[in-house]
Design a protein around this ligand. Structure first.
Ligand code: ARG
Length: 406
């Protein structure tokens, strides 16, 4: 049994109750660690709540820059979209949280980490697999998974122990937020046919009628500037959420395959993530040679699966990062996006390393393409099929007509 536990603390009902519950039921000391990943919130109040719940220490870590640089950046370079759609908002945040849980555990001599995930989701998988990868010796405690309390029980528990929880009116949604986007589940949306209520959206609401163009500058696959202004990635993403979200663009509504075997209806808002991935793919279209581009696209789905499944810290993911980084050496340039209410799309791209060759592409007089080369090339390209047609396909046709094959 552990003595001192470092808990991933959100400040919400479940993790607040978990602090007290672990003290009561497991007889441990609890250290709460809250990570600022750009979700916003009153961190002083969060810290205060953890202490009121009984934590011996409550640490708030500003992870925004690290999260963007070391987690979002690599995922963006890999165009990581789970099931071709979901930009891994929550999946990317768990490994950075675990990194800090483990660091605090080492500093403060803890022998376990804890999380507030239920047994039905992916996040428990990510917390625990990442913990094993970084600190195989630490125990993992998952109070919420086993305590069997309903939401009402938890509220009663918080009241009994005088934990200051702001339980507003029954909020049926489970929301997870960070600078890469926002996941909203549960409530009415558990019926996959039911339209998500307007109230679930907060980042993506039309706040302007005026269309606009923006330019995103990339360096080796990473966004570094907005309209020519250099910005750290976390700032760029934060600004872009505001800008693109203001056009009501960046929503997802999907039924997703969780790692634990459940199909789940999920809604997301990720205006910056989706706009940046779209822009990045577009820049790759001029900077990457064809075979590299195609092979990379083949690996991107695998990369997204690994991140989704909790293998951020794993040998295959590491090796894929090396491949992706190598592929990004010349992915430097700019992409122009146009924003209109409800729409966001690419209208231009350029790069000093562009492989787009006007002379080769043009149908105008400047054409430098050697047309004569094509004749032999196309003949050889089709030679195998031609040979087959002359012999075997002719025979098939004869057989079908009831004739004799020669
Ligand atoms: N389904 C998404 C994922 O697995 C979002 C999870 C959101 N987490 C939450 N605790 N509400 O990545």
């Amino acid at each position: 049994m552990p003595n001192r536990v470092v808990l991933a603390y959100s400040g919400g009902l479940d993790t607040s109750v978990a602090v007290r519950w672990m003290i009561q039921e497991l007889d441990v000391e609890v250290i709460a660690v809250a990570c600022d990943l750009g979700q916003g919130g009153d961190w002083e109040a969060v810290q205060e709540r953890a202490l009121r719940a009984g934590a011996i220490d409550a640490v708030v870590v500003d992870c925004r820059e690290e999260f963007a640089r070391d987690f979002v950046g690599p995922a963006l370079k890999a165009n990581a979209l789970y099931e071709n759609r979901y930009p891994l908002v929550s999946a990317l945040s768990r490994p950075v949280i675990v990194k800090h849980l483990v660091a605090v555990a080492r500093q403060q001599g803890a022998d376990a980490v804890a999380h507030g995930c239920t047994g039905k989701g992916n996040d428990q998988v990510r917390f625990e697999v990442a913990t094993r990868a970084l600190a195989p010796d630490l125990e993992v405690v998952a109070p919420v998974r086993n305590w069997g309390m309903t939401r009402a029980d938890s509220i009663e528990y918080a009241t009994r122990y005088d934990i200051p929880i702001k339980v507003t009116k029954e909020q049926p949604y489970s929301i997870d937020d960070n600078l890469w986007g926002r996941a909203i589940e549960c409530g009415e949306m558990e019926d996959p046919w039911a339209r998500p209520p307007e109230g679930v959206w907060s980042l993506t609401t039309v706040r302007t009628g005026e269309s606009r163009e923006i330019t995103v500058g990339f360096e080796q696959g990473v966004p570094v500037a907005l309209d020519g202004r250099p910005l750290a990635l976390w700032q760029l993403v934060t600004e872009l959420n505001e800008i693109v979200g203001g056009y009501g663009w960046g929503r997802l509504d999907m039924v997703e395959n969780r790692r634990v075997g459940i199909k789940s209806r999920e809604t997301y808002e990720a205006p910056a993530a989706l706009a940046l991935i779209m822009a990045h793919i577009d820049l790759e279209s001029i900077c990457l040679e064809r075979d590299l581009f195609h092979e990379k696209q083949r690996l991107e789905g695998r990369y997204a699966d690994l991140v989704y499944d909790g293998f951020w810290f794993s040998p295959l993911k590491q090796a894929l990062d090396a491949f992706v980084d190598e592929s990004q050496r010349y992915v430097t340039g700019e992409v122009r996006l146009r924003l209109e209410p409800g729409r966001c799309y690419v209208i231009g791209r350029r790069s000093d390393w562009s492989l787009y060759d006007y002379g080769l592409a043009t149908y105008e007089a400047e054409d430098t393409f050697n047309h004569v080369d094509s004749e032999g090339f196309v003949k050889l390209w089709g030679l195998g099929v031609q040979t087959w047609a002359a012999r075997q396909s002719q025979r098939d046709a004869t057989v079908q007509q009831g004739g004799h094959a020669g």
